[in-house]
Design a protein around this ligand. Structure first.
Ligand code: NDP
Length: 276
């Protein structure tokens, strides 16, 4: 058969972990495939994606700032992508059509399953901190999981309210975060406040039940101030790197038609590449 080609497009793209993950899996599985980084200018993304219709590229991962445009140009979208209002996967079908999906929420659920064994995303109320693109995908995944209540806490309440209204969740201002934490089985930081160089998110983790799982989407550093705070209170924690790997797995399945081999330690590779 012909070499299968896929890639990732974004701006900037040089720091993307996706080529490292996918190419390690391709090599380990012995698949005749290539996964390449593509950089394109903001005004050129749509034309680039359109030019791949029905051609020899199997699919693309899409990263910032093109996730919204990727969804808009697709002929069909999964619930997850529509709900997130963003696509991180485009699949170029042989009939010339384009399918959009969003595997970020799946990655979050996979990270929780992997690092907090036994966690049930439908087992009680869950809290998403933040109301940006990443939060939207997380809320969509939790709503799809079917738990009793998804709570969105954000500094700017109006942004949380908009997502809550659209997806059937409940919005809280940051000043009411303790009320949102009450009875929660999971708290996921989807703000950018855990980034190194900032003070980190200061929230009353002790207001969560002792069995709650605390996750940060930020993965640099691997143990963010938010996760360190959660561990200090004895909470189980889940890191953002597991989510990054977790979104890549279903992407690989779309592009190369099989599950990535378990024999390669992509987490180790990513930790080395990121200098974590
Ligand atoms: P956005 O810029 O779209 O959203 C940022 C959010 O963070 C907003 O809700 C904003 O609140 C909030 N925020 C920022 N600073 C603070 C602060 N100091 N205090 C309180 N709230 C704050 O970002 P994204 O949604 O695209 O990404 C969020 C994070 O998730 C990023 O760090 C990103 O790297 C990470 N991410 C990780 C992934 C993974 O695979 N691990 C995948 C996707 C994203 P407000 O609305 O009030 O401004």
């Amino acid at each position: 058969g012909a070499t299968r080609v896929a890639g990732v497009v974004g701006l900037p793209i040089t720091h993307s972990m996706s080529p490292i993950l996918h190419n390690a899996w391709l090599a380990a599985a012995g698949i005749d495939g290539i996964y390449a980084p593509f950089s394109t200018q903001p005004g050129r993304f749509r034309a680039f994606a359109e030019s791949l219709r029905g051609g020899s590229v199997a699919g693309l991962n899409v990263t910032l700032p093109f996730k919204g445009e990727a969804l808009a140009l697709a002929d069909e979208a999964t619930f997850r992508a529509s709900a997130a209002q963003a696509a991180n996967v485009l699949v170029f079908r042989e009939d010339g059509s384009i399918l959009a999906d969003n595997t970020d929420g799946l990655g979050m659920l996979a990270a929780l399953a992997e690092q907090a064994p036994g966690f049930d995303p439908a087992g009680g109320p869950v809290v998403v901190l933040g109301a940006g693109g990443a939060a939207r995908g997380a809320v969509a995944a939790f709503v799809e999981a079917g738990g009793p209540e998804v709570r969105i806490v954000n500094r700017t309440l109006a942004r949380a309210q908009e997502i809550a209204d659209g997806l059937g969740a409940r919005a809280f201002p940051l000043s009411d975060v303790a009320a949102a934490f009450d009875g929660a089985v999971a708290v996921v930081n989807a703000t950018s406040a855990g980034l190194s160089g900032s003070a980190g998110l200061e929230v009353p983790i002790e207001a969560t039940p002792a069995g709650a799982v605390v996750m940060d989407m930020v993965y640099k550093p691997l143990k963010t101030p938010f996760l360190a705070q959660a561990q200090a209170h004895g909470r189980r924690t889940v890191d953002g790197l597991a989510m990054l790997i977790g979104q890549a797995i279903p992407s690989f399945e779309y592009f190369f038609g099989q599950t990535p081999p378990k024999s390669v330690d992509v987490r180790r590779l990513a930790i080395e590449a990121l200098g974590l």
